[in-house]
Design a protein around this ligand. Structure first.
Ligand code: ADP
Ligand code: MG
Length: 276
């Protein structure tokens, strides 16, 4: 998979004073952030914090005030086609396309590469095959999306995102409906993507997997409350705070073994893990 990110660009995406109102309510409130290129940043926060809205604004999918820069250029300065080749998008619980086969859904990711009314090229077919194999969706490529389980459907949509071969990938709750082995596959996929120079920005509720990201960005009530490396104690404390201390981040036994998020249930012990 080729990556066209200019290696001199430090930030894949930047927001400056980004605000969004939906239905008369301020959903994002003067958000400023910088998401480093070639890294995986995970956006976390409670339900309704504005995570999906932030991701959509960064992708240019809704109206906003302020500035969004993709690879150092304002979103408006990109042509739609060029932008669609550069930034790939997987939405939260995307509806529709039930009549399309898995192959055709993945081929939609190639539209920004194809001439108007053109037929898929050998490169388009190769990209789709590669994407379907990477998500283990190849075996059922001829089946309509509407006949698949929730997890299979999610993997077909993930293949569409991969088929774009964009340097910047935004994913909103990509693990929804995925079983644990496919969640682990997704983690390996993200690691391969960043090793190749891609930038991954994901919203996740699976906090144990979010702690494997390079950095966490925490949103609460439309504001960024913390951004930092996932291994830092300050990030762990902020994560506990943003979820109202209903969870705790604990070190796994052994040097460099990582961290685990445990629920805090009143009156019940947390278990034998050491404190960070
Ligand atoms: P998250 O992804 O963090 O759960 P969202 O970005 O989806 O949160 O939503 C943030 C807030 O904006 C929520 O309070 C939600 O109810 C509100 N919201 C989302 N979409 C709309 C809309 N179309 N009209 C009015 N309010 C909306
Ligand atoms: Mg959401």
């Amino acid at each position: 998979m080729t990556v066209r990110t200019d290696t001199h660009v430090a930030a894949a995406l930047q927001a400056q004073d980004l605000s969004v109102r939906l239905g008369g309510t301020v959903v994002l409130d003067h958000v400023s952030l910088s998401l480093p290129a070639g890294r995986w940043t995970c956006i976390v926060g409670p339900n309704g914090a504005g995570k999906s809205t932030l991701l959509k604004a960064l992708a240019g999918l809704l109206a906003y005030r302020g500035q969004v820069l993709l690879l150092d250029r304002p979103l408006q300065a990109w042509s739609r086609r060029e932008r669609a080749r550069t930034l790939a998008w997987l939405g939260q619980a995307e509806p529709g396309a039930d009549d399309l086969t898995v192959w055709d859904v993945a081929m939609l990711g190639r539209v920004p590469h194809q001439p108007w009314l053109g037929t898929p090229s050998a490169a388009d077919r190769a990209a789709v095959r590669q994407a379907l194999q990477a998500t283990q969706a190849w075996a059922w490529r001829h089946r309509p999306l509407g006949e698949l389980s929730g997890g299979q459907r999610q993997r077909a949509l993930l293949a569409r995102l991969l088929a774009v071969q964009a340097p910047v990938l935004l994913m909103d709750e990509p693990l929804a409906h995925l079983d644990p082995p496919h969640q682990a596959d997704w983690l390996a996929l993200v690691r391969r993507l960043t090793a190749q120079g891609h930038t991954v920005v994901s919203v996740l509720h699976e906090l144990n997997l979010a702690l494997r990201a390079d950095a966490l960005l925490m949103l609460d009530a439309g504001r960024v409350v913390h951004q930092g490396p996932s291994g830092e104690p300050a990030t762990h404390r902020a994560l506990e705070a943003v979820f109202e201390h209903r969870i705790a981040v604990r070190a796994l036994p052994g040097d460099g073994a990582g961290w685990v998020v445990v629920p805090r249930v009143a009156g019940q012990p947390e278990g034998p893990l050491a404190c960070t």
